[in-house]
Design a protein around this ligand. Structure first.
Ligand code: SF4
Length: 691
């Protein structure tokens, strides 16, 4: 027995699923993952994990893992050596850049990869190709939330820590299925409800678990959140709940904002929101009377054609009531992927360098150019193409090449038929991934990267916490850590960066980007972590806005919005609203949870939730099959009759099927941030005689 135990290796790692950022020990013997062992020292989760973090690791040793580079030849992939594959990638990208310019190439970085890998992705795009065409999957989910925070308070991150959430008197959850998508945070809130009398207000079209647990649940009509939030703000001003001292001292544009609320009385928004004046009054009184309020939101807010405005409206409401800068207050967008926060923080966005430094600012460009050893003119002064624009440009032929790392764009982007056509138009496409994903199937070269347990690096979780993860086992086959692949590509393009460890990449980023100034691997070793912004002495910032807001005069901004209707809504022909979202058992495209029986067997099939009223009207029963058609496509699914949904609103998980929900979604998007309006789909439903 003693001998057997000696063989067991225990390594600290960070969960590779959601943005909560749980860390734990992984116990292994050779490549065999024996168990995930949470430890009390873990700063986010302590001894808690959820189902996926505990059991969702069989993808690591899946026989479907890519273990060698692949090159497409005569329509089929053949194995290739690293030298051959990397030489080909470098030569083709160089040729395309020479012929068509650097802006003819687009890069999509991974929100599952490390911060260091995100940093290198944008460095290759900006420094080597002179383009800001770089993005990550936050475009699909969280950019509207970040935009709302940029407009009002200044930093693109959660206001405080997960621990701070427990200090709130009232938690408001809007458009977030927290119990399934951020389970450990949901557990914290459940505990605060039970032990500290914390109140919970949930606003959502779907009655999910947290709605069932809420002190007050408002079943709002889809796409009307900004109306509700603006009406709440108006109520606060009218009923003496606005924090006048806070507003006078710390906030700009108060009167302009107040004037912009003129039309948003409770009675005026009642019909569009589907909420009675009494329901909204109760909610407003809860918010107004609470000393400390946190608002959590996610894709129920952001994946609409006006998600940035809705996010702004929520942050405005917090400002009006003085709910920033104290523990237990503030805005908390819930980040989805494990490192979607970090991929954005470290510059995989078309308008910013790492640390949210603007590409259009000449002084910023000069600083980065100096640090990278080039003239400022070598760096583009134009905002680049984001994910949405890259697909449009590829579709119309002006984007010639794409380099996609760890993103399942072919399945996860809206209007997947158009995305597939765009990929087919490209002259050259590289995909770096751990599996032959639906996106990789379109590539000319596929490069086998590594999951987190086969490399080192850092992630940033939803609360801005930077944490290290360590190599649990060596890379499988000939696969390589993604930072190594990117370094090798850069060398072939004439930039020998000589990184031998991700810590050196972080050191470089910290030397240049102000908000990471004191971040280093020493401070992050073991279970230690740092929450950005981090000062040069290593001191970090668990709670933002204690000394003012991130604007030149230190004051926040109340940002007037004009509430707009959804760009697509049910009509006579497409008479139902299809909502969609995620499940506890799965993660996004299922490229991880779908690669082994352990998680996938818990929920192998797709379905559509139909309300009891609609089921009765359409004579549908549990298990009947229906076709769901939008203006873009049709899918067939079995019915679950459930009061989680109401009236003419359907719900479908995004994880299953070919093509899945994105065979139905359209190109309409938020014009402020180009996030697809995934949750605005008008559909018709027909009962099928047979599946
Ligand atoms: Fe992983 Fe999120 Fe679950 Fe924590 S809550 S174990 S980070 S999936």
């Amino acid at each position: 027995m003693a001998m057997r135990q000696k063989e067991i290796k225990k390594t600290k790692t960070v969960c590779t699923y959601c943005g909560v950022g749980c860390s734990f020990e992984m116990w292994t013997r050779n490549r065999h993952i024996l168990k995930v062992q949470p430890v009390a020292d873990a700063p986010v989760n302590g001894i808690s994990t959820c189902l996926k973090g505990k059991f969702g690791w069989d993808f690591v040793n899946s026989p479907q893992r890519l273990t060698t580079p692949l090159i497409r030849e005569n329509g089929r992939f053949r194995p290739a050596s690293w030298d051959e594959a990397l030489d080909l990638v470098a030569q083709r990208l160089k040729t395309i850049a020479t012929q068509h310019g650097g802006d003819s190439i687009g890069f999509i970085g991974s929100s599952k990869g490390s911060n260091e890998e995100a940093y290198l992705t944008q460095k290759i795009a900006r420094l080597i190709f002179g383009t800001n065409n770089v993005d990550n999957s936050s475009r699909y989910c969280q950019n509207p939330a970040t935009e709302g925070l940029f407009r009002t308070v200044g930093y693109g991150g959660d206001a405080g820590t997960i621990e701070d959430l427990q200090k709130a008197d009232l938690i408001v959850i809007v458009g977030s299925n927290l119990a399934e998508n951020h389970p450990v945070i949901a557990s914290r809130i459940k505990a605060a409800q039970k032990h500290h009398g914390q109140k919970l207000l949930v606003v959502d079209p779907r009655k999910h678990e947290m709605a069932e647990r809420a002190d007050l649940y408002l079943r709002i009509n889809p796409g009307s959140d900004s109306l509700w939030a603006s009406a709440m703000s108006r109520y606060m001003f009218e009923h003496g709940y606005a924090d006048d001292a806070f507003l006078a001292e710390k906030v700009n544009q108060v009167e302009e904002y107040r004037a912009s609320l003129a039309d948003y009385t409770l009675s005026a928004v009642s019909e569009q929101t589907g909420l009675s004046v009494e329901q909204m009054t109760n909610a407003a009184e809860m918010i107004g009377q609470a000393e400390r309020v946190c608002i959590l939101w996610a894709m129920g807010i952001t994946q609409h054609s006006h998600g940035a405005d809705s996010s702004t409206a929520l942050s405005n409401l917090l400002l009006v009531t003085g709910n920033y800068g104290r523990p237990g207050t503030g805005g908390y967008p819930m980040r989805g992927h494990n490192n979607v926060q970090g991929a954005s923080d470290f510059g995989c966005l078309s308008n910013i360098y790492p640390g949210y430094e603007n590409v259009t600012d000449a002084a910023v460009r000069k600083k980065w150019a100096q640090a990278w050893g080039v003239a400022p003119e070598a760096l583009s002064d134009r905002v680049g193409s984001d994910n949405y624009m890259m697909i449009q440009h590829a579709h119309e032929g002006s984007l010639k090449a794409m380099y996609i790392i760890g993103e399942e764009t072919a399945f996860s982007d809206a209007d997947s038929t158009k995305v597939h056509e765009a990929f087919s138009n490209l002259e050259f496409m590289v995909v770096q991934d751990i599996f032959m994903s639906r996106t990789a199937a379109f590539a000319d070269v596929v490069l086998p990267g590594c999951p987190s347990v086969e490399k080192e690096g850092t992630y940033v979780n939803t609360e801005r916490r930077i944490q290290r993860f360590y190599e649990v086992m060596p890379p499988l086959g000939d696969s390589l850590p993604d930072w190594r692949i990117l370094t090798d590509i850069a060398a072939r393009l004439g930039h020998a960066w000589h990184y031998t460890h991700p810590g050196e990449i972080m050191a470089e980023a910290a030397q240049i980007a102000e908000i990471f100034a004191g971040v280093d691997y020493q401070h992050l070793s073991g279970w230690q972590s740092q929450l950005w912004p981090v000062k040069p002495d290593g001191s970090d910032t668990p709670l933002l806005y204690t000394d003012g807001f991130k604007f030149p005069d230190g004051k926040a901004v109340l940002w007037p919005i004009s509430c707009q209707p959804p760009q697509e809504a049910p009509d006579e022909e497409y008479d139902l609203w299809l909502n969609n979202g995620r499940m506890l058992e799965h993660f996004q495209s299922t490229n991880q949870t779908g690669r082994g029986d352990r998680m996938f067997s818990l929920s192998p099939n797709g379905f559509v939730e139909v309300s009891p009223q609609l089921a009765e009207a359409r004579q549908l029963q549990q298990g009947d099959w229906v076709s769901i058609a939008s203006r873009r496509g049709t899918i067939e699914v079995p019915v679950i009759v459930s009061d989680r949904v109401a009236g003419n609103v359907l719900f479908m998980p995004i994880h299953h099927g070919k093509p899945g929900v994105n065979g139905l979604t359209g190109e309409h998007h938020d014009p402020d941030v180009n996030t697809p309006a995934y949750k605005e789909i008008a559909v018709k439903m027909v009962k099928l005689a047979h599946p």
